[in-house]
Design a binder for this molecule. Structure first.
Ligand code: NAP
Ligand code: FE
Length: 384
């Protein structure tokens, strides 16, 4: 098989025995420019300790910075654009993204807007991107893998639709994986972000664009993530105790990172666009929204010879039978919409969702390509 593997991001992970944070032990990588724009959300970057570590390193190096902490979940284009304008006004020449997928994705868009002052907000989705400020990415969730790919998923203002900016200029120069920054995550967000990471691995493995290399990362990530989710399941209510989850944090973070490298080659599959609607219209976290479709994903893809073989190979590598994998992912996603819960999707809602999925290219990214009737059917059976 021929392949073309490109992933230019340097990844530095924490040495588990190190007393100091990975940011502090690798402080010299922050000498990337004269003034940084730190892109983050309102609370978690500070709460988890990452922002304090970065500020202390920048101060020590004598590097000036501004903090753009206006990023909300599923970041709107307007927020990212405003971050780019703030970076231009302050004369920033590099970007430090700290947070979950939302701030990391926003940091890539800020880097593009700041390096292209004549851009209108929509230009981030064009083929005209020729530059971006250099980016350092510091994930504080173990889920999206945004730290190792060129995607920035933004929400179109006033439209409840997600659109992805994709440009090789948006690869972070460096990603710093420090699982201790995820220790402040609740059990719920830990599970949801891990489900996102698992979906990346599963969807990547089946993609027609997958290669021997991307499948290697997909399997590595899937094993770590599935085993961690299974362990959390078995911990029961003990998993609400942050101490009980500590031991799982390294596997979750490196597993999610492997999933990010896998989708860097392939992109995601139909769980993602189907899930975006549940996030944008029903407020469900991204990972649980995608995981809810895992059984449907395997059901349709198993109707093709190639899909069935790939699913068997993938689940054999994890060491769990495919139907159990799919059922577990759906159960852990725990999405309670539908007539059984008294708030079923209406036919109009389903129609709107199907139209949104049709507008996203990635629903075609698997051996079986679902058609609009099947999209309708999936939503209807699960949530009608
Ligand atoms: P997120 O939207 O970045 O954050 C979810 C919540 O978790 C926020 O309230 C955030 O607080 C909080 N949080 C983050 N880190 C925390 C920590 N260490 N301790 C406590 N709370 C913490 O969640 P995400 O699931 O990582 O990212 C989802 C976004 O990524 C979506 O927009 C999705 O479309 C996108 N995505 C991108 C890719 C890609 O390849 N680029 C792939 C999949 C998904 P704050 O608001 O205070 O930060
Ligand atoms: Fe995702």
């Amino acid at each position: 098989m021929s392949y073309d593997f490109y992933m230019p991001t340097r990844i530095i992970s924490r040495d588990e025995s190190s007393a100091d944070s990975c940011v502090k032990t690798h402080s010299t990588i922050f000498a990337l420019g004269k003034k940084a724009v730190i892109v983050c959300g309102k609370h978690s970057a500070r709460a988890c300790g990452a922002l304090d570590d970065v500020e202390s390193v920048l101060k020590k190096l004598g590097i000036d910075y501004i903090i753009y902490d206006k990023v909300t979940e599923n970041p709107p284009v307007s927020t990212c654009y405003a971050g780019g304008r703030a970076a231009i006004e302050a004369g920033c020449d590099f970007v430090i993204g700290i947070g979950g997928g939302s701030p990391l994705d926003a940091s890539k868009a800020v880097a593009v807007y700041a390096a292209n002052p004549d851009f209108a907000p929509d230009d981030a989705f064009s083929d005209n991107i020729r530059a971006a400020l250099p980016i350092i990415a510091i994930p504080t969730t173990a889920g999206t893998g945004s730290e190792v790919n060129p995607y920035s998923v933004m929400t179109l203002d006033g439209k409840n639709v997600k659109k992805t900016m994709k440009t090789p200029y948006a690869y972070p120069r460096v990603s710093i994986l420090d699982p201790r920054y995820t220790e402040t995550l609740s059990r719920e967000t830990t599970v949801s972000t891990a489900l996102d990471a698992f979906c990346h691995c599963a969807e990547s493995y089946l993609s027609p664009k997958s290669t021997d290399i991307s499948r290697m990362f997909a399997v590595d990530g899937a094993k770590k993530i599935y085993n961690s989710l299974d362990a959390i399941d078995k911990l029961g209510s003990d998993a609400d105790d942050p101490e009980c989850l500590k031991l799982l944090r390294y596997g979750l973070m490196t597993g999610a990172n492997a999933g990010g490298i896998a989708i860097n080659t392939t992109g995601t599959g139909f769980n993602h666009p189907l899930g975006y609607n549940l996030t944008l219209y029903k407020g469900l976290p991204h990972g649980r929204a995608c995981g809810a479709f895992m059984s449907a994903y395997y059901y349709y893809n198993r109707t093709t010879e190639l899909g069935a073989k790939l699913i068997d190979d993938f689940c054999d590598a994890i060491g769990v039978e495919w139907a159990k994998v799919a059922a577990d992912i759906v159960r852990w996603s725990d999405v309670k919409i539908g007539s059984a819960y008294g708030n079923a999707l209406t036919p109009d809602e389903i129609e709107l969702y199907v139209n949104n999925v049709k507008g996203a290219g990635n629903y075609k990214n698997s051996p079986y390509v679902i058609n609009p009737d099947e999209m309708r059917d999936i939503y209807q059976k699960l949530f009608g």
